[in-house]
Design a protein around this ligand. Structure first.
Ligand SMILES: O=C(O)CCC(=O)C(=O)O
Ligand SMILES: [Fe+2]
Length: 392
């Protein structure tokens, strides 16, 4: 199938004069910047074949099969905040257990009006309809903030999605929105207001969940949230997965874990989010009365492996575009982070080494988000120890 038959902006040619060299874009001898997969597809520089996943990693579950979704625990946030001690303890226990085993759960009675998320979704939907040259005004360099037209084409597997990755800081939001919607000042103002309110409510919700889980680990509830400094990487992304002519071979996002502490996700009614549980993929049913929470690598590491950062992926379909709005809650990106000593015992020796969020991020951007990227943070056996083991 030719790129022209693929849904999406197709002919937008904001990058047509850019040469691809070793998967990197080169503009008039400038420093090369990465080009993204969907952007290259829509520009006729890649085909659907370039997105195909092979062998064991191919999609196995259609986007609309949710057979075991009912088993996914649902936590009542109102009960966590309430005065009924029994209800609180029951929900705390279920949440902690879900965080250890699934790494995923749903939350209900979370107090965030659906409209707050839907507004962000619809504003960004409008952004996605713009011609590529306009989207590229806020292109994310190095997979950071702004427009992501897929995954870097240098990665082994390619993401069939585009996303708008937004910083939490008000000023950053304002600058980005004003740049893109410069000819519609009223809309830009509304957009900024909607985003600011979304970020505020999601941050509060994330803190609450993180603090309850931290308390469940036997630590002071603010052990990790107090590291949510000005340097913290908290951000949000609206993902758009266009219809795909071959969902049996292509993923929106292949299996991966999220790097941050925690993600809170709202998916539209189409379906496609799947989580790996005990070696089996389970489709998560879309549901407007809940958000999906999943733990990220930082939480698994800082809990010394007690909590689980689950592998998840996004399946596509031939009929409908899909949107997901995700808030990623992170902590300081420069301070060295390490497992609290209380979580290291004789039975549970230290599993992960100290690291900084920036160091991990740097690794991920260059390593294509491998499914087991968290291994990078494992304690390495000391050379002398391995030599001793070998000698025995
Ligand atoms: O689209 C989704 O449901 C999940 C997206 C996701 O996993 C991510 O952006 O990290
Ligand atoms: Fe993810």
């Amino acid at each position: 199938m030719g790129a022209s038959e693929v849904t999406g902006p197709g002919d937008e040619d904001g990058v047509k004069d850019i040469e691809l060299k070793d998967g990197r874009e080169v503009k008039d001898g400038d420093v090369p910047v990465p080009v993204y997969s969907m952007q290259a597809l829509w520009d006729g520089k890649m085909t659907v074949k370039d997105f195909e996943v092979t062998g064991k990693e191919q999609p196995t579950l259609p986007h609309n099969v949710f057979e075991q979704d009912e088993a996914l625990p649902v936590i009542d946030i109102e009960a966590l905040l309430g005065t009924d001690r029994i209800a609180r303890e029951a929900n705390m226990a279920t949440m902690l257990e879900a965080a250890k085993s699934w790494g995923f759960f749903k939350i209900r009675n979370h107090g965030v009006p659906l409209e707050v998320v839907k507004k962000v979704e619809s504003n960004v939907k409008k952004f996605f309809t713009f011609p590529m040259e306009k989207k590229l005004l806020v292109k994310a360099e190095n997979f950071s903030f702004g427009y992501i037209g897929g995954s870097p084409v240098t990665w082994g597997y390619k993401w069939w999605m585009e996303g708008l990755h937004m910083k939490v800081k008000d000023e950053a939001i304002r600058n980005m929105v004003n740049l893109v919607f410069s000819d519609d000042k009223e809309f830009a103002k509304e957009f900024t207001k909607d985003l600011t309110s979304y970020f505020g409510t999601m941050r509060d919700l994330s803190r609450l969940v993180v603090e309850c889980l931290t308390e469940g680990l036997g630590l002071r509830p603010d052990t990790f949230t107090k590291l949510e400094t000005a340097n913290a990487i908290c951000n949000a992304r609206v993902n758009h997965y266009p219809r795909c002519p071959d969902p049996s071979k292509v993923f929106g996002i292949p299996g991966h874990t999220d790097p941050q502490l925690l993600s809170i996700l709202y998916q539209d009614e189409v379906g496609g989010l799947q989580v790996l549980r005990d070696g089996k993929w389970i489709g998560i049913r879309p549901d407007d009365s809940t958000f999906v929470v999943n733990l990220g690598d930082t939480f698994q590491v800082l809990s010394n492996g007690i909590l689980h950062s689950a592998v998840h992926r996004v399946a596509l379909n031939t009929l409908r575009s899909r949107y997901a709005t995700i808030y990623f809650y992170g902590i300081d990106n420069t301070v060295p982070l390490s497992v609290p000593p209380e979580l290291v015992t004789k039975d549970r020796p230290l599993k992960y080494r100290p690291f900084t969020v920036n160091e991990y991020r740097e690794y991920l951007v260059h390593k294509q988000l491998p499914i087991d990227s968290i291994k990078f943070l494992e304690v390495q056996p000391k050379a002398t120890e391995s030599a001793t083991e070998l000698a025995q």
